[in-house]
Write a protein that binds this ligand. Sequence first.
Ligand SMILES: C[S@@+](CC[C@H](N)C(=O)[O-])C[C@H]1O[C@@H](n2cnc3c(N)ncnc32)[C@H](O)[C@@H]1O
Length: 272
Amino acid sequence: MQMPDGLPAEIDLSRPSAARVYDYFLGGAHNFEIDRQLAEQIAGMTPNLAATMRAGREFLRRAVRTLLDAGVDQFLDIGSGIPTVGNVHEVAQTANPKARVVYVDIDPVAVAHSRELLAGDDLTGVIHADLREPERILTEARGLGLLDFSQPLGILLAGVVHFVPDTDRPGDILATLRAAAAPGSHLVISHSTFEDQPQEMLDAQRLSKRTDTEITLRSRAEVTSFFGDWTILEPGVVHMPLWRPDSPSDVDEHPERFGAFGGVARYDRPTA
Ligand SMILES: C[S@@+](CC[C@H](N)C(=O)[O-])C[C@H]1O[C@@H](n2cnc3c(N)ncnc32)[C@H](O)[C@@H]1O
């Protein structure tokens, strides 16, 4: 297949990619016919899924603002996706022009577009890496010299941990990332769930088997465990629209329909 201009040769255009399907749902332009076909099939089965993806993006924006209010000015955004409106560095730098962001994604299209968008921006960096190799991510992030791991860091894992199957030990991956962070750091997670979900949502999630990144739906208790012993901020691990909505009127009558939990936790200095 002919590779579109400017894209890395290793991209497999014969299979849809989660990042590009997500981009299509958010109204982005960085997707191909194979991605659009899968997206339309998913949308036909569960019309709410596009809204779910937008709700995920909104949760991330509110969480990043909360971290900025707490004084966090540097972010490691893993599974950052294809740049779309309201990227983490845009949200962060609106509040704090000196905020630094390192984006990490496994998808070469997401990485190529991120590099293109951020070329010349000294406060952001992009790493092509797999969440299942957290040590490598940490080493590369340190190598960029943008983040200071002795200071509070925002670790963002929005819509990505569900791509790690149990066999790849997501709990250990999270523990490695938490161990690298200084007191005052925050962890943001949103994660798809089977809890309270209608059958069509569960069926649609099964279509992710066609991408390289199959989804593992998890319970609220499993998602909560990813925060380890960090202090979970109010209102806890909840259906995403319920996490500190800008206005009560923003919350849908059925917040569970958005199919994912969101939560934020802080690393408090251990007492001696
Ligand atoms: C649903 S999108 C979420 C994008 C963004 N975090 C947001 O919330 O808007 C999930 C992203 O995770 C990436 N991803 C999936 N598995 C990954 C892995 N093992 N390591 C790093 N990124 C991964 C996909 O390529 C995709 O860009």
